[in-house]
Design a protein around this ligand. Structure first.
Ligand code: URA
Length: 439
């Protein structure tokens, strides 16, 4: 296989053979295909697309580029969830222990913040000592003993994806359905999942801004997963406002802990975050054949939150992965930036629209996300919302509390925030939380 020839073929809209795709990805992994050739390949695919067979071949080649955990030592159904990314999306922190408490094993491989969207690993690392780099043996042991484990992509899991993703991130080729599909699925298959529930986000804070694109992504993910013998379902869910109330790293951990502890006095326990987590859990339980249908799955999920089982699994997971149990028992000990400022409504009305991507970008400016891969994330900064879409506000009433370090200037960020959050005289309908459930 000549990489330049293969790039030309794709550039000219021709179908690539499975053999050529495999050889190209092997070359990328071994270093015989240069990074500039991989970036030209990604751009050619971005413009010309790939059919189903090509996407399956690319996914397969990326799995084959590294180790394939079979997780043979772990008994029971192994079901994972993946979100395409959003703002305030802390579902995984609650869902992994909850689903494990209900009876599936959850081998969760997560990512770091990307652009304006947050990353589960950054949130987990707000707990002192929490280790997201478990060896395969420790990963399997944690799954067997605790029921779930949350780790990052190791050098051994789909290394071709790791390389290609880093190249896509800096060459404007992230938003490309076949490349996204191969990237997500190769990692999930390599980590050893028996089934996968996808949370495909749609809206102003998602990578997919409209339902049409999100539906197409979800359909392709399901089709390719099925061809690769990975049972898969997808939910199309709203990202026109942050999920829950907190946006940040430690602050999202605090919100998750509150739900896991099932504190009924908390407003969080009846909101969108809990509802989506319960529904995703029900799908995981059906996929893992723990529950016969979604209604039964939901019932079991509610029960395991209420009786404290999910919280227990979470505490065990934190201990198993070296995190400070003292901090999660006393969340006020988690990092929090020194300055606390309220951004207030400039007029009376109803919160009618949020540019959620801008909210994610404000967090990055505060230091809670990265502008380049080598940036350090500040776990203590964040935004705690007091109002969500549809809420009534008085002029001067706080919409959000901002936790910021002393050195960050807030004037411009506050202006960005007021541009991003629209207040109108009449209450507009709030978008549905779950648009579609695709099986
Ligand atoms: N998440 C991934 O893992 N890969 C992509 O390409 C996009 C989102």
């Amino acid at each position: 296989m000549n990489p330049a020839w293969l790039i030309q073929q794709k550039r000219d809209g021709k179908e690539l053979s499975s053999e050529d795709i495999h050889a190209f990805i092997e070359g990328l992994t071994e270093g015989t295909v240069a990074d500039y050739q991989a970036s030209a390949f990604a751009m050619a695919v971005f413009f010309q697309g790939m059919n189903l067979d090509e996407t399956v071949a690319l996914t397969h080649a990326m799995v084959k580029s590294g180790e394939h955990y079979k997780l043979g030592s772990v008994s029971g159904p192994k079901i994972d969830k993946h979100s395409t990314g959003g703002v305030g999306d802390k579902v995984s922190l609650i869902l992994a222990p909850l689903a494990a408490a209900c009876g599936v094993k959850v081998p969760m491989m997560s990512g770091r913040g990307l652009g304006h969207s947050g990353g589960t690993l950054d949130k987990l690392e707000s707990i002192s000592g929490f280790d997201v780099h478990l060896t395969r043996a420790r990963f399997e042991s944690a799954l067997s003993h605790v029921g779930c484990a949350m780790i990052g992509q190791s050098e051994k899991i789909a290394p071709a994806d790791k390389k290609l993703y880093a190249i896509r991130d800096v060459t404007g080729t992230v938003e490309c359905i076949p490349l996204i599909v191969a990237s997500i699925l190769s990692k999930k298959i390599a980590e050893g999942a028996d089934g996968l529930v996808l949370d495909v986000k749609v809206g102003s804070g998602a990578f997919m801004k409209n339902k049409e694109d999100a539906r197409k992504l979800a359909r392709t993910l399901i089709l390719v997963a099925k061809k690769m013998k990975l049972p898969c379902r997808a939910l199309l869910t709203n990202m026109d406002q942050p999920l829950g109330y907190a946006v940040g790293n430690a602050i999202e951990m605090v919100e998750s802990i509150e739900i896991l502890r099932n504190d009924k006095s908390s407003a969080l326990c009846s909101g969108d975050l809990k509802e989506l987590t319960i529904q995703l859990c029900a799908h995981m339980l059906v996929l893992g054949e723990v529950s016969d249908n979604l209604a039964e799955g939901r019932k079991l999920a509610h029960q395991k939150l209420q009786d404290g089982s999910a919280w227990k699994v979470f505490v065990n997971m934190v201990a198993e992965q070296g995190g400070s149990v003292d901090q999660i028992m006393h969340p006020e000990k988690l990092p929090q930036a020194a300055r606390e400022i309220k951004w207030k409504a400039r007029k009376k009305g109803y919160i009618s629209k949020m540019n959620t991507e801008t909210i994610g970008r404000i967090l990055v400016e505060l230091g809670g996300g990265r502008k380049k891969a080598s940036d350090e994330v500040n776990p203590g900064v964040g935004l705690a919302f007091h109002k969500k879409l549809g809420a009534a506000v008085q002029a001067g009433e706080p919409i959000v509390t901002v936790y910021a370090p002393e050195k960050v200037k807030l004037t411009e960020l506050e202006a960005m925030f007021h541009d991003a959050v629209e207040i109108s005289g009449a209450r507009k309908p709030v978008p549905k939380l779950i648009y579609e459930q695709m099986v």
